[in-house]
Ligand binder design. Structure first.
Ligand code: HAS
Length: 550
């Protein structure tokens, strides 16, 4: 069991994550009904307001707090208890993030920031919304540096040793996060805030989007890598085997530092202000960032096969039946992985320059992110929640909870399959995203989109409603294991933090020489971004004034 003060910190993070999850999923339910023309909002509530709240609270806030709760627990478990300074800075980081979150949420609720989570200019929110977002980032930096401090102390005390895999992966994710945030911090501080408060009249739209996407793509790996940490370090322990390959796991993570950032233009492939050469270069780099995910898939199959065979599985696929399917902690994460096969394939389609023309700004993309962040990441976090919360509170995870856990992940799977499949199909038919429902004045071609077996309004609404019920069940499990379930008295009832062993003797030491990777990452960023960004600033078109369309 980790120290009580570290547990408290982790639990507060997870608690705030689930408050955001509760409000965010409620907004999701409303959205499904509005998007299906089944609900009219009262005049004081706007579709884009709800969409912004849904995106910000689930994609940004739920994930961030959960990730820090997970990091704190794992870092304390693998490197030892936090010292007073690390603890102090972690709390400061937590509160700064929370103040930022509250500010941004208040602005959204009061109708001053219906600009969606990507806050594209020239849509203009209240300046306080951007200040809130900036505080969220600053808070995560403070928390990140606290964790880095904890790691540095450990390394000083263990000269020449490779750090435990969990700590290595945490630091990799943090390095990537800090470099990625430089883009969003630059645009928010130097472009959005002066413009939103009226200190300058116009904004350079292309530059603001490019700086946003410099951050926006690695942001998705900031969500994904903690899920991968669970896959690499926790799943093998649940299966009773070691990490498949320590050096492969570290290499995969290092590749994310290198290739997750210089690829943001693949979100801007249809924008006229960037020349095809730079777009093409970043598309090539995007294909490089697929490699660590393929390494991960390989590693996972290797882990499953080893575990299955160890338990007596025979033949080519016999091992499959020997996996611990009755353990919801494993099954939830397995289903999460399975969703990432079509999720990742969809990403490859999006990243293919020409195919992007077909799917960009359509409902396909909405389907894509629901089977990337909405399931592989979110369901891995759900699987982690089932043992992380009881581990931190010292409460039992009873058989009833285990059953409810299964119902929860099964319903999430069904709801997500229905909803995301129909979103993909609708996108291919041409239905746009980032807009409220429209039948284009009842144009027959637009109305046809909603005639399919999966794309009709009823099926989508059923999918969305199942997801919402599943989310409420999860909240129930969280509340029970946080506050109400009986304390684990017997040794057998204690839930452990399942960290797998990894063989480090063959792992090259240079993998933990961060300066090499940070240096190469900056070199790639300069190659991919310096000239196009210089062009956007030096040959800036006339800036745009702000618009409030809601
Ligand atoms: Fe993406 C848009 C390209 C991954 C999230 N993406 C988005 C947006 C979000 C998002 C939120 O190139 C919308 C942004 C907005 O609001 O505008 N994406 C990619 C590529 C990848 C990718 C190449 N995306 C993610 C992940 C996300 C995420 C991860 C969240 C966590 N995405 C794009 C592009 C766009 C985009 C364009 C812009 C589109 C546009 O025009 O607007 C890759 O990282 C994917 C690589 C993954 C794989 C899969 C490996 C499979 C594994 C599972 C193994 C399974 C096992 C289980 C072992 C190659 C690791 C076995 C089970 C059995 C049953 C057999």
């Amino acid at each position: 069991m980790i120290a009580a003060q570290d547990r408290k910190l982790a639990l507060w993070n997870i608690g705030v994550a689930y408050i955001a999850f509760l409000i965010g999923t409620l907004c999701g339910l409303l959205q499904v009904f509005i998007r299906n023309d089944a609900l009219q909002l009262p005049s004081w509530l706007d579709y884009y307001q709800i969409l912004t709240a849904h995106g910000v609270l689930l994609a940004l806030i739920f994930t961030t707090y959960f990730i820090f709760g997970f990091f704190v627990t794992g870092m304390s478990k693998s490197l030892g208890s936090f010292g007073p300074k690390v603890l102090l800075y972690s709390w400061i980081g937590f509160w700064v993030t929370t103040i930022g979150t509250v500010m941004a949420t208040v602005m959204i609720i009061s109708g001053e920031a219906s600009v969606l989570y990507t806050f594209y200019a020239p849509l203009k929110a209240s300046g306080w919304y951007y200040v809130g977002l900036a505080l969220v980032i600053v808070g995560t930096w403070i928390s990140s540096f606290a964790l880095v401090g904890h790691y540095v102390v450990w390394r000083k005390a263990h000269k020449g040793e490779l750090s435990p895999l969990f700590a290595f992966m945490t630091i990799t994710t943090i390095i990537m996060w800090i470099i990625a945030c430089l883009g969003v911090v630059a645009t928010v501080l130097f472009q959005y805030i002066p413009w939103a408060f009226g200190w300058v009249e116009t904004i350079n739209v292309e530059l603001s989007r490019s700086l946003f996407w410099y951050f926006g793509h690695p942001l998705v790996y900031f969500w994904l890598l903690p899920a991968y940490m669970a896959w690499y370090v926790i799943v093998p322990k649940l299966l009773g085997v070691k990490v498949f390959s320590d050096s492969l796991a570290r290499l995969a993570f290092v590749l994310f530092i290198l290739f997750s950032i210089p690829v943001g233009f693949h979100h801007q492939l249809t924008e006229p202000g960037i020349s095809n050469f730079w777009k093409f270069l970043q598309v090539v780099l995007t294909f490089m960032v697929i490699i660590p995910s393929l390494l991960t898939a390989f590693s996972m199959f290797g882990t499953f096969e080893r575990a299955g065979r160890k338990n007596g599985g025979q033949g080519l696929f016999g091992w499959f039946t020997k996996l611990p399917w009755k353990d919801v902690r494993f099954t939830s994460i397995f289903v999460a992985m399975a969703f990432f096969i079509p999720g990742g394939a969809g990403g490859i389609i999006n990243a293919s320059f020409q195919l992007n023309e077909v799917v960009h700004n359509t409902m396909w993309i909405v389907g894509h992110f629901h089977i990337t962040v909405g399931t592989p990441v979110a369901m891995t976090f759900m699987g982690l929640t089932f043992w992380l919360v009881p581990y931190l509170t010292g409460r039992k995870f009873s058989k009833v909870m285990q059953k409810l856990g299964f119902i929860q992940i099964i319903t999430w799977t069904i709801g997500m399959l229905l909803m995301s499949t129909s979103q993909h199909i609708l996108g291919l038919l041409g239905a746009p995203r980032r807009t409220a429902y429209t039948g284009y004045n009842n144009h027959p071609s637009a109305l046809e989109w909603f005639d399919g077996i999966l794309t009709n309004h009823v099926t989508m609404a059923v999918g969305g409603s199942i997801l919402f019920l599943s989310a409420m069940l999860l909240i129930y499990i969280v509340v029970m294991t946080m506050f109400l379930s009986p304390k684990a008295e017997l040794e057998a009832d204690f839930v452990e933090f399942p960290l797998a062993d990894s063989d480090k003797e063959h792992t090259p030491k240079f993998l933990e020489n961060w300066w090499i990777w940070i240096g190469i990452a900056f070199a790639l960023i300069i190659i991919a971004y310096a000239i196009p960004l210089y062009g956007m600033i030096h040959h800036a078109p006339p800036g745009s004034e702000g618009f409030k369309t809601w």
